[in-house]
Design a protein around this ligand. Sequence first.
Ligand code: FDA
Length: 393
Amino acid sequence: MTEKYDVIIVGAGAAGMMSAIEAGKRGRKVLLVDHAKKIGEKIRISGGGRCNFTNIHTHPDKFISKNPNFIISALKQYTQNDFIRLIKKHNIKFHEKKLGQLFCDESAQQVIEMLLLECKEANVILKKDMKIKDIDKKDDKYFITVDSDKYLSESLIIATGGLSIPKIGATQFGYDVAKKFNLKVVETLPALVPLTFNEKILSICKKLTGLSIETVVSFKKVFFEEGMLFTHRGLSGPSILQISSYWKLGENIRINLSPKLDVAKFINDKKNINPKQDINIIISELLPKRLAHIICNENNVSGNICEISNKILDRLSDSINTWEIKPTGSEGYRTAEVTLGGIDTNEISSKTMMSKKHPGLFFVGEVVDVTGHLGGYNFQWAWSSGYVAGQHA
Ligand code: FDA
């Protein structure tokens, strides 16, 4: 049996559903297929179940790609305000949590239902639990094979996402399709992911598990001022997740544990004003007690401040304002929110998301070498790139 369509989309996640809606609205006969039994699982678990669906500060400089200019066109063609309008049209209540991040008031499920309803209204045919055996191109038509059935189309959109969270259905399918059609793929790596450390630092993290503090975390010239969380596996929290997208194996990151204060000056003032004060108490004014205690221990300082040399106090303040540590790795795709790298953007038109070598073949969403910062940017890329392909497929 062979079924004919104008557009076939593989992957019914954020980008795939958006492409399907837009192509369907143009009157194209659209088939949307997914190997999962349940649609939109990543949306469901996103933003702690409330889906941080976009960011009001969306701008190309919030994205990482080998070719940063590639991102501009799609973000202009479908902006954060366009998606906010769609959310409002469906009466989904939302709020800004911080830093322009928009979340549903109630549940991420509302976003999934909204997209499914839009697909239905655009006459998209959705098939779940479809295990694709093969994909091919013949006489300018694309074929997918599922069991013994063939599905044929003029346009094929690959929206199978990245490699993060294999437990809920991430596969390498998109990268394999690229290789099959001789398209370059930029090396993939887990990103927005907690970092891991050697035994010495890990033992500190374990003692502080659950503690969250405001930090500035930096790698070379890139820095993020957000919360950091100690866990029993290492360091996590927004600032660490953000820097993980930039950090390179074998290199150090820097953490400022007291970003609002010059600790050396603070300690020096204390020494002049009250030389008999205990150093542990002084540091506890800056940092949570547990952390202050560990830092004093690690630096072998205790007792009255007047009895501690300036050299040692300088070392102590450095370890607070510029704690320099070398991660041994990351928690990997098991917990990463996104995948860095993907289909090389030089292979794709930024205006249409279509392959330059293979007319009719499109790539959208996370499978492309475009990775957003934490904060709703990755979904906005899925909506924008999906929209663009939907206009041209
Ligand atoms: P997505 O992964 O959503 O969809 C891909 C689809 O393809 C899936 O339905 C999958 O089943 C299907 N598929 C894969 N292989 C297939 C195959 N071989 N055959 C058929 N189908 C196949 N971003 C953000 O902006 N705000 C947020 O709040 C969060 N929160 C968040 C939390 C967690 C825990 C994670 C893991 C990720 C986030 N993200 C996020 C990132 C965001 O979820 C992600 O960038 C987008 O879902 C990417 O959308 P795509 O449509 O490209 O892929």
